[in-house]
Write a new protein. Sequence first.
Length: 407
Amino acid sequence: MSRLLAVVTVMFGLIGGVSWLVPSASAQSLSGLARVDPSLSDASLQRGALTLKLTLSQPVPYRVYTLDEPRRLVLDFREVDWAGVSEELFAEAKALTGVRFGGFRPGWSRMVAELGGAFTLRSAEMSRDDQRGTAVLTVVLDKSDEETFAGRAGPPKGDVWPDPVASLPRKQTGRVLVVLDPGHGGIDPGASRDGQTEKELMLAFAREIEEELRRLPNVDVLLTRTDDSFVSLERRVAMAHQAEADIFISLHADALSEGHAHGATVHTLADDASDEASALLAERHDRADMLSGTDLTGQDDVVADVLLDLARQETQPRTDRLAKAIVGGLEIKGAPLNRRPYRAAAFSVLKAADIPSILLEIGFLSSDRDFKNVVDPLWRRKMAEGIRDGIQAWILADEAIRRVVRQ
């Protein structure tokens, strides 16, 4: 009979609901990618106790905690392969209203389970089978009340993640820096259809646009992500600020069945959405950030808001001209445009007050025509050329206007 070694068990009521755990080094080398075994992983709810079990091919460092508003359980792992795992695997536990998983940071993976009620963490235990080398992570939560849950919820103390923003290169003098933001990534796949995901398609599109832009004189390009990693909305904006970007373009191809949306649209920032579809998209993008386990606590500063509003008064006309230039470039290349290509909503990713920022929905995966276009590399390349031409036109016009203003 194989001998099970309990690597570690933590009583969460004693340490505030957060655990950062590393399996015993003597158990097994932690090299290689751990795989989840779907056939031996599940979730169940019995007598008020919610139990989540994940069977892994080997032990890995992990941490477990909960977040509020919305209530969710977060599990971070040294990178895990989720192949074959689906949300349906945990459907038996009615207390889980949604589960997502995937890459979160380079070398790290995350699983987030939306909780249908207040469940506080009781324990987490990773055990290892000495003969097979496999490991089982068992997380147990107890039915609780909202006040107790809120009191114990919260991110771990201190940030264990390296900060890629701090190491970004600064913009070179006399050059234009364009930040391309491939939407979604990692644990947040975005829209999906027929095995294609928005996060993968937009990363490919961003690289195609980057290649076109690098052919322009005096233009540099920075991508907010270069692989299948999760990047929070706040961090995407911070990267643009740190790099002193001149232009920020967020790339998306959402799915929106309401009104059978199709065709390219360009969104700019506005407190009041120009239509219900834009409001819904903005809400979905922000909620995806929350459900990926990002802690969004914090309060606005009134003085800062005033200063930001002043900055936006100067930036907004430049942003509007950028939106028109991009739409013009796409139109020349024959892109199918939405009947109302200019939209506005409170997209968090567009809130860099001093950087002209737009969100481009190149098409909607929910549209048969758009889906066929977006998955076609040749079509995307043509659209990348249109975006390149639009940016080049904007750079020339913006510099001309700035010279007049300076005089």
